[in-house]
Write a protein that binds this ligand. Sequence first.
Ligand SMILES: [Zn+2]
Length: 317
Amino acid sequence: MWDKKIAKITIPTPFPVGDVYAYVVKGDVLTLIDGGPKTEEAKMAIETGLKELGLQLNDIEQVIITHHHPDHIGGVDFFSLDLPFLGHVNNQRFLELSPDFIAFNHEFFSGFLNELGVPHEIRSRVGNIGRLMKYGCERTLTGFIQDGDELPGLPGWKAVETLGHAQSHLAFYRESDGALIGGDILLDKISPNPLVEPPLARGEERPKSQLQLNDSLKKLQNLRITAVYPGHGNIIENVDELISYRLQVQHERALKVKAILAQKPSTAFELCQTLFPKIYKKQLGLTLSETIGQIDYLESLGEIKGEKTERGMVYKG
Ligand SMILES: [Zn+2]
């Protein structure tokens, strides 16, 4: 139901994360923020959610997305093609999925997996954008929103660039009461994965997702957020406290990683096996991202050093 002109729609996903939330926001323009994945179940959930608000699919006047992950965008295809469809410009490459980008993504990951020391037999599981094609949407943004922009049709709402979990991530902040529609930047029970993405252009350095994520969280601490309406999980009210806790836990984990590397210099892949012995095979992409996040963090503090070897970069604490 409506709570300060915001209403939540619960949408099931085929992913381990479970349900995702989309939000309908009242303003000059009736806006949907995020759209769930593209599945029949999601479509029914969106229709049911709108119906409970006395609305139908064609009452929505624009769609804005927090980031390009399939559980947040696929359901946009259930709405009219004429709708304005807005988000961060960095979504566009994942929405267009041009042959050039698919090739670039593949090139990037092959080089990167060499550096990480990942064996060839299991490489096909990383950097795969197949899920986007299956559950994502088939349209591209019609307009872009930048950090600090007021949201079109929603006076008082501002975009906050919050990179880290995705290179396209925005959260939306209403200064008057401190509401934040947060996407995946801050969740109550889990910390979002600092997923590795290729740089924005060939030849550029890879974005360091964990460092970005930490910066984004600190950026949120500088706002007066009273409630985060997240993409998954419960509404968060103790925002400052939870962010401090998240940063602290990440720091402590990194120190343990440093101790491991001091005893046993390792490639990122070897370290990933040590940190996630039971799940690394099944969730290679996610566990590697977590591992690289810790490596990037420790390197940024000067706590570890990498050395090029024949089996990839070897890190030493
Ligand atoms: Zn996500």
